[in-house]
Write a protein that binds this ligand. Structure first.
Ligand code: IVH
Length: 686
């Protein structure tokens, strides 16, 4: 990027960031996620790093602040309420460690206190003579808002400090006093004023409950627990705060009462009656911190509240103080964040990909960016309607989101960052030398004769060998491409005729892998009818329909000679599917393909006799299962004569609820549908 280009980009980024900051801090609103905003800030700071003379004093990278809202009394903080610098990788953590070590004597050994970072809202509490005097928000870090009355409605904030005497005999407190005898003295002899700081937050469960209520009342939903927590604390009506079931945790004791370490602060807070962070670890090395970070990342989903990383700080308070503050962040602490599931990047191009049924899907080619720790360079745009809805153009800056392992989605276009050279995308008029068309009432564009397109053929073979179909181990798109390009196969049936010696001359294809591949293919020659039907790739015939067809017809002959009338009579099979199936089996080219497969040695089993164990019972699956893959569970139900449905209704007999089951479980409870665990389900099958 030239300096001139950088200058323009910086100006646009700054005004976009400022806009979102104002929304968030002053108006209590949020249009884009924190992760997306962070990503913009990151781009800005990288550009400023590259062109340092473009940094101005009003750049968002140069300040951390917000405005104090009118409507609350102001409270000046005894010490500024600081925030934390972020690191996103072990390397960045090491850099932080090196930076602080340079400021300390050469052989200084450090201990670090690591704890989860709650995604909530910071408040400071002042206790005078042991009684809660006031509580305030961070505000602009020096002056906050007096929200005492609201905070008093939160059960986990003690109205008065616990007297250690009361709890002396309690096992947990006894244990603390045994290991840290000084704390006994400190807690029994507190100064007149004591200040603690911590985080107001809302559990995931309460958040879901509140949003469910909002939905029922047809009110707008809240974006995340932190937004409600912040909004509820800054309510002018304490009744409203009370109704929100907020929670509070202490992470810091500000007043010097003689505590020597951060660890002692946690323990002291606990002694005094505060909820403290249990997920914490005293670490002796960066390796131990990394291990803790990874453990928490793994547990993250199961934790009752949202967290966005861990906080790491030098445990010894004396060294902490000595290291001092830069800007608004203490040198001795950092937030070691979890990989963001959202990021911003630029759409460099929009291309089309064709699927196995001949449907064209627009795909955005992105400037590579890391999301959830993985570098992403493509995002699906689904169809033209989606492109129009998002109004995404080539050259746009977009927010992308990645959930689980799926291809990321573009969730928003940042229109103010649109450059002058942006270009709209149009579906090509032709593809694979054929006309591209769109049927009435359909969103998808497709080509007229998919069977005459090479790329479609490729996709069909990828599908044919994939996990839920022929499941041929070790045979992925890359090898299929090579086999096609070398002329070794023309369709999926040719796979079964491959010999070791055909593969041996392929470059970089070792003898052993040739033998393995041929064996893997031969191993899968026998196949159940339902999988075979699914493998054929008929339009509108997904896995479930393939199963219904297999169940009804029992064998391939019955299916391939069926009449349209009979197809129409099958439950679950609509007109569109009936016509698609009928039309497919009538075509000569398809008859030949089936014949070729059978001749190549494929044996289509008749549908295994279906046990009647679950006959007439409808199941719905929800949440994560432990020992079974979802597809497996579904297959087991169908093989025992049961039905699987995607949504819960009064007709549902059982809901199988795995971990983190969501709205389907609630619906089941409401309708009085029986819920069973995965274990109970497995017992049922026996
Ligand atoms: S220590 C200098 N510990 O994260 C502030 N903060 O991004 C020292 N937070 O302002 C804070 N959990 O509101 C600390 N275990 C934790 C925390 C935590 C959440 C919040 C806090 C802070 C912000 C910094």
């Amino acid at each position: 990027m030239t300096k001139e280009e950088a200058k323009k980009r910086i100006a646009k980024l700054k005004s976009e960031i400022n806009y979102h900051r104002y929304l968030y801090h002053v108006l209590n609103r949020q249009e884009i996620s924190d992760a997306a905003l962070d990503s913009l800030k990151h781009e800005l700071s990288k550009l400023e790093e590259q062109f340092p003379d473009l940094v101005t004093s009003d750049s968002p990278t140069q300040r951390v602040a917000g405005l104090v809202l009118k409507g609350f009394k102001k409270i000046s903080h005894s010490q500024p309420m600081l925030s934390l610098g972020d690191v996103f990788s072990v390397d960045e953590l090491k850099d932080w460690d090196n930076r602080i070590k340079k400021l300390l004597p050469a052989q200084q050994k450090l201990e670090y206190f690591a704890e989860i970072k709650i995604d909530g809202f910071a408040v400071s509490l002042i206790y005078e003579n042991g009684v809660l005097k006031n509580g305030s928000t961070r505000g602009d870090s020096k002056v906050g808002e007096d929200v005492t009355e609201n905070l008093k409605t939160i059960d986990s904030i003690p109205m008065s400090l616990a007297s250690p005497e009361d709890f002396r005999e309690h096992a947990a407190i006894k244990e603390i006093f045994k290991n840290f005898p000084e704390l006994k003295k400190i807690s029994g002899d507190l100064p007149k004023t004591l200040e603690v700081r911590g985080e107001i937050y809302m559990s995931k469960k309460t958040f879901e409950e509140i949003n469910r209520e909002q939905k029922k009342k047809k009110l707008p939903l809240f974006a995340n627990p932190r937004n409600i927590a912040a909004g509820s604390v800054r309510q002018l009506d304490p009744q409203m705060t009370a109704s929100r079931k907020l929670d509070f945790l202490v992470y810091d004791i500000v007043t010097d009462v003689g505590q020597r370490t951060h660890e002692e602060e946690h323990l002291l807070a606990k002694i005094l009656g505060f909820k403290t962070i249990e997920k914490a670890k005293l670490c002796k090395s960066l390796d131990e911190i990394e291990e803790f970070w990874k453990d928490i990342l793994r547990e993250r989903e199961k934790l009752p509240s949202l967290i966005d990383g861990i906080v790491v700080q030098v445990n010894k308070n004396e060294i902490f103080e000595q290291l001092g503050v830069v800007g608004k962040t203490p040198r001795a602490a950092v937030a070691f964040k979890f990989p963001a599931e959202e990021a911003t990047t630029i759409v460099e191009d929009i291309i089309v990909q064709i699927g196995r049924t001949g449907v064209l899907t627009p795909v955005a080619v992105l400037k590579p960016v890391k999301v959830s720790g993985v570098t992403v360079s493509r995002a699906t745009l689904h169809n033209m309607d989606e492109i129009r809805k998002l109004d995404v153009r080539i050259g746009d800056t977009v927010i992308i989101q990645r959930a689980g392992d799926v291809i990321p989605d573009i969730v928003k276009v940042l229109k103010k960052l649109r450059p002058g050279y942006s270009r709209e995308f149009n579906m090509p008029r032709t593809f694979c030398k054929q006309k591209v068309m769109r049927q009435e009432g359909e969103v998808a564009y497709r080509i007229e004769h998919p069977e005459k397109c090479d790329l479609v053929n490729r996709e069909k073979i990828y599908h044919f060998v994939s996990k839920n179909v022929f499941d041929i181990q070790g045979l992925g798109p890359k090898i299929i491409d090579r086999l096609l390009d070398e002329g070794l196969i023309q369709d999926a049936a040719d796979l079964f005729l491959l010999k070791e010696k055909d593969l041996e001359h392929l470059e970089r294809f070792a003898e052993k892998s040739a033998a393995n591949l041929v064996e893997a293919i031969q191993e899968r020659k026998k196949i159940e009818l339902s999988r075979f039907i699914y493998a054929l790739g008929l339009l509108h015939v997904g896995e479930e329909t393939a199963f219904d067809l297999a169940k009804h017809f029992g064998n391939l002959d019955n299916l391939s000679s069926v009449s349209l009338e009979e197809l129409r009579r099958i439950p679950n099979i609509g007109e569109v599917v009936a016509e698609s199936v009928y039309g497919w089996f009538k075509e000569e080219i398809h008859k030949k393909f089936i014949h070729k497969l059978l001749k190549a040695g494929v044996e289509v089993g008749s549908m295994r006799p279906i046990s009647k164990k679950l006959a007439g019972k409808t199941f719905v699956l929800t949440g994560g299962l432990e020992s079974l893959a979802r597809d497996e569970a579904k297959r087991m139900i169908r093989e025992k004569g049961g039905d699987v449905s995607e949504s819960v209704s009064a007709q549902t007999d059982y809901v199988i609820a795995g971990s983190d089951a969501g709205s389907k479980l609630d619906k089941a409870k409401k309708l009085g549908v029986k819920t069973i665990s995965e274990k109970e389900f497995l017992n049922m099958l026996e």
